[in-house]
Design a binder for this molecule. Structure first.
Ligand SMILES: *Cc1c(COP(=O)(O)O)cnc(C)c1O
Length: 402
């Protein structure tokens, strides 16, 4: 892995012709330490947000030992990345799994924790594991995504009318019974978790079962232009209060599964402007690269012009075109950049560690494996106040001008 001091240094000294992914292990380690120290239970990293083995090792070294995996490829990837380490635990939290995947996870990789939301899936798990008696089974409840930017409400989760039978049957089969949910990604209010925990309470009371694990899922936010959440401690407080008031045993465990919140600050991408047409910039990464969310759901990411001598021009809103040949490769933004930005300039697009780098394809021949580790701070952070002025000014300007 190449190392460099800063994003600015990468742009001005290397002048890369293809997009470069910058990684900041220290930012990911800081996020991990925050969850390990402050979340009032156990934090599992949701691998799909960014499956980089380097990131997985960084999180592990900072105290994240449990991983939420959703496919057999993710099971193998984490098993490989952390081979030989003590205390690693994989939890297979996709409620609809291939029977072969369950069998391999259980028999080859020692996975004991699975989620489900139907009786059919419960029967599948029992078949695939040879009616194992050492399973931790988490029943996924359907909860509202109303406080979140990205819904996860329609695909998975048992409805209130179905949970009684399912919880009772799962209790019979499981060594430990859990209840899990997902409030949707980038939940902008702690209320999302309080409301979901009320659903859990109703389900427990209705089924009258003993519950050993409450898993509040992912959804913890990061910070983006126009999306500045309250502190994560407020989320943790709301979850802790809800958990303490549930009718569960004293020894019940509380889990969460952050993906975005542990990985967003880990990486950014340096792109080059190849052409300017009015306030549209043609850059060399896009919808089929690290900017899937910017293109398809209009997500706004912070941006910064990387010039040796900072531009003093006022900021204006720009949209981006990616490098492929189709109109869909368009990121509407607005991305706020100095008005004199021009072809040949480099731009850092920040906060792409979650669901950014992980989505890159090779479509149309435009892709880039190039990754450089840098030591400067991410463009925004939920975990430190101490960002350098240049970056802090940038983020504040972005927030207030949108
Ligand atoms: C995607 C997912 C997560 C992570 O969600 P974030 O919003 O990135 O925190 C956690 N758990 C499950 C089951 C998921 O599907």
């Amino acid at each position: 892995m190449h190392k460099h001091h800063s994003a600015l240094g990468v742009a001005t000294t290397l002048k890369p012709a293809a997009p470069v992914t910058l990684i900041r292990p220290e930012a990911a380690a800081r996020a991990a330490r925050f969850f390990v120290e402050k979340f009032p239970g156990r934090s599992l990293y949701a691998v799909k947000a960014n499956p980089s083995p380097d990131l997985i090792r960084t999180l592990f070294a900072s105290g994240i030992t449990h991983f939420d995996v959703a496919s057999i490829a993710e099971v193998r990837l984490v098993a490989d990345a952390l081979a030989g380490e003590e205390g690693v635990k994989l939890c297979f939290m996709h409620p609809v799994k291939a029977e072969e995947a369950i069998a391999e996870a259980y028999h080859v990789h020692g996975v004991r924790t699975f989620s489900l939301d139907t009786i059919d899936e419960l029967e599948k798990i029992m078949r695939a594991t040879g009616d194992a008696t050492d399973l931790e089974l988490c029943v996924r409840l359907r909860v509202s995504s109303e406080h979140s930017e990205l819904s996860l409400a329609s695909k998975f989760g048992a409805e209130l009318g179905e949970t009684r039978e399912l919880l009772m049957a799962t209790r019979q089969a499981a060594d430990a019974l859990g209840i899990c949910f997902h409030v949707g990604s980038q939940a902008m209010s702690p209320q999302a978790y309080s409301d979901a925990i009320e659903r859990v309470r109703a389900a427990i009371v209705d089924a009258a079962v003993t519950v050993d694990i409450i898993d509040v899922g992912g959804g913890f936010p990061s910070v983006y232009p126009g999306m500045e959440p309250v502190s994560l401690e407020r989320y943790f407080d709301a979850i802790h209060r809800g958990f303490e008031s549930l009718p569960i045993s004293y020894s019940a465990e509380l889990w969460c599964e952050p993906g975005r919140a542990l990985s967003a600050e880990y990486s950014s991408v340096v792109v080059r402007v190849e052409r300017r047409r009015g306030n549209e910039l043609y850059i060399n990464d896009g919808a089929y690269g690290a900017l899937f969310d910017a293109a398809h759901i209009g997500w706004r990411f912070p941006v910064e012009l990387l010039r040796e001598e900072a531009s003093l021009e006022t900021l204006e809103g720009f949209s981006f075109y990616g490098p492929t040949c189709d109109d869909m490769d368009h990121m509407v933004g607005p991305f706020m950049l100095p008005s004199d930005v021009k072809a040949g300039d480099y731009i850092e697009i920040g906060m792409l560690g979650a669901y950014g780098a992980a989505m890159r394809t090779g479509f149309n021949g435009f892709t880039s494996e190039s990754t450089i580790e840098v030591e400067d701070e991410p463009m925004a952070s939920l975990y430190t106040e101490a960002l350098p002025t240049r970056r802090r000014a940038n983020v504040v300007k972005l927030g207030s001008s949108l």
